[in-house]
Design a protein around this ligand. Structure first.
Ligand code: NI
Length: 259
């Protein structure tokens, strides 16, 4: 089995501090490539450095909506420079988070829109975080959908009807360990209807360890196998076939070389 962890925060201290162990355990589990994702301007340099030092590791550069309030317009311009770096395969994560609302909504929208413009200009796909902001998200993405190379709604937490809308706009949907939780009925229903050529899987580590390792901290890429197997079971298909299909989708989406 071969899987790609399409969204991991490998530069967060709890993972980077043991990066060789983390990657060894990942490879042993069949998770053989990673997209390491930045969340703010300080992370951007670390993401580039870590990816450049590891084979089959790729970088995403962006500002998480939590940190929209902290970023200046000069720093947003710097995001564009970092995004031109070697091994950068996406802009992100970026988006809207009205659940925590650590940054005010207007600033979140400005910083998100600026990053969509960068993605369109650099012809890079976008990794999107959306929490309790569906209506504003759809309105903004509708303006950009033709200009963007692609977009993935990461750590999907919506229902099947919302997933249908994203699919109808041409976007991809990515699932974390949330889909393995017993009470995640809506997310499981969404996983059933997203076709394999529009689906990816991710850990979002160090967060969200999947069942049956839900109590293990930190989450790490090796645990991705549990999420993949759960979705294969929900869809009633062979886990190997599922892994092959979502890996092909991930390579296509991020334009990764084959191993
Ligand atoms: Ni994330």
């Amino acid at each position: 089995m071969e899987l790609i962890d399409t969204h991991a925060h490998l530069t967060f201290d709890e993972l980077e501090g043991d990066i060789d162990g983390v990657l060894d355990r990942s490879r042993a589990a069949g998770v053989t490539a990673w997209v390491t994702v930045g969340t703010d301007i300080g992370q951007a340099k670390r993401v580039l450095a870590l990816a450049s030092g590891h084979e089959n590791m790729y970088a995403a550069i962006g500002v998480h909506p939590h940190y929209a309030k902290d970023i200046s317009d000069d720093e947003l311009a710097a995001i564009k420079e970092y995004a031109g770096g070697e091994k950068v395969v996406a802009i992100g994560e970026t988006g809207l988070d009205y659940h925590y609302e650590f940054s005010d909504r207007e600033r979140q929208k400005e910083v998100f829109t600026a990053q969509l413009e960068i993605a369109a200009e650099l012809d890079l796909p976008v990794i999107i975080h959306c929490r309790e902001a569906f209506d504003d998200m759809i309105a903004i993405l509708d303006r950009f959908k033709d200009a963007l190379k692609g977009a993935v709604i990461h750590c999907y937490s919506g229902n099947a009807a919302e997933a249908e809308q994203y699919l109808g706009m041409g976007f991809h949907i990515s699932f974390t360990g949330i889909v393995t939780f017993k009470n995640s009925v809506d997310v499981q229903e969404a996983a059933k209807i997203v076709p394999l050529d529009r689906m990816m899987v991710e850990t979002d580590c160090p967060y969200i360890s999947p069942v049956p390792v839900r109590n293990k901290r930190p989450c790490e890429p090796a645990f991705l196998v549990h999420t993949a197997n759960k979705i294969a079971e929900l869809k009633g298909i062979d886990p190997e076939e599922f892994a092959r299909a979502v890996t092909a989708t991930s390579r296509r989406f991020f334009d990764l070389p084959s191993n």
